[in-house]
Ligand binder design. Structure first.
Ligand code: 13P
Length: 344
């Protein structure tokens, strides 16, 4: 594995490949397991993730890297092989989530505003993660659209934290995934696509300003934004063509061409919508950076359901995961087609 930041970043967004976000915290993975009536234990979490990481076709051909949670980067497969070695053998780069979560931001008019924590002691934690094999990291800032928010204070504080995190990562030889997410789900998600456009634009402008002040090298980072899309509870949903067109327009106005790649989060979109939107954006063409995926739910939902926590369903889970990875790999090239879903 090459060690230069820009080489790692470029490998993360290699043509036809994207990132698997498998960094659900213990609380979040429990919620996912609840849906299949599976108890969340160290072993069940290991079995699930081992199933994904041993999906040879997906890992070799469509997944450039995997974002891990602290427990997983230290965990061993059932046969004793470290999970990090399992994914490295498949040609995938290990990454690590390093933020410690979004907490209520004091002094805000809205109860929805949060600040992402985790900077204290981060330099030491990054050194340990590097020794454990991580070559990229992730930090997610959460921006909510609701009555009286986002505020400037929230966007500024989160952008500042992202920049401090990114600078620490690069110092440690780790590529930062900079993830400012304007959320599309939740009880307040009634905003339309144009409100998402305005808030995402504000957020990205602030993020790149803070990255500049923090001397973050743009060729050694990956941006992980939301798409420009209506909130889940908005009665007026935009077409796939509009989501693609507005997202590309916005990114072109906010993201310097030195950034090697943009890897979207799925944010609550259906599996197919996340794939279709990405493919349509790439089909527009003439983009200064690579556009790919860094999906959690939209890559895992079908696999989790097919597996259902049963050892006899491992092959079915891997087939479901490989299919979604292949569809998204095609979308990263602008070559996905609805007919390919039906043929599966
Ligand atoms: P989703 O694709 O499920 O939004 O997760 C991506 C992620 O890593 C969120 O931080």
């Amino acid at each position: 594995m090459t060690e230069k930041l820009e080489d790692i970043a470029r490998a993360m967004v290699a043509p036809g490949k994207g990132i698997l976000a498998a960094d659900e915290s213990s609380g979040t993975i429990k919620k996912r397991f609840d849906k299949i009536n599976l108890a969340s234990t160290e072993d069940s979490r290991r079995d699930y993730r081992e199933m994904l990481f041993r999906s040879a076709d997906a890992m070799k051909n469509h997944v450039s890297g995997v974002i891990l949670y602290d427990e997983t980067i230290r965990q061993k497969a059932k046969d004793g092989t470290p999970l990090v070695d399992v994914m490295k053998a498949a040609g995938s780069i290990p990454g690590i989530k390093v933020d410690t979560g979004a907490k209520a931001l004091a002094g805000c008019a809205s109860k929805f505003e949060t600040i992402t924590e985790g900077l204290d002691g981060l330099r030491e934690r990054l050194a340990e993660y590097h020794a454990l094999g991580a070559r990229f990291a992730k930090w997610r800032a959460v921006i909510t659209i609701a009555d009286r928010c986002p505020s400037y204070n929230c966007i500024n504080a989160n952008a500042h934290a992202l920049a401090r995190y990114a600078a620490l990562c690069q110092e440690a030889g780790i590529v930062p995934i900079v993830e400012p997410e304007v959320v599309m789900d939740g009880e307040h998600s009634t905003h339309d696509i144009d409100a998402c456009y305005v808030v995402t634009e504000w957020t990205l402008k602030e993020v790149f300003q803070q990255l500049y002040h923090a001397n973050v090298r743009l060729d050694g980072m990956i941006l992980k934004p939301n798409m420009v899309i209506a909130g889940q509870r908005c009665p007026k949903q935009a077409s796939a063509a509009e989501v693609a067109e507005k997202t590309v327009k916005l990114l072109k106005s906010c993201v310097p061409s030195t950034v090697p790649g943009i890897a979207f989060l799925s944010g609550g979109q259906s599996d197919e919508a996340a794939t279709e939107h990405l493919s349509r954006m790439n089909a527009i063409g003439d983009l200064p950076w690579t556009l790919t995926f860094s999906y959690g739910r939209a890559l895992q939902a079908a696999a989790l359901k097919a597996w259902g926590g049963k050892p006899e369903n491992v092959a079915a889970g891997q087939r479901a995961f490989s299919h979604r990875a292949r569809m998204n790999g095609l979308a990263a090239l602008g070559k996905w087609d609805q007919k390919l879903e039906e043929a599966a």
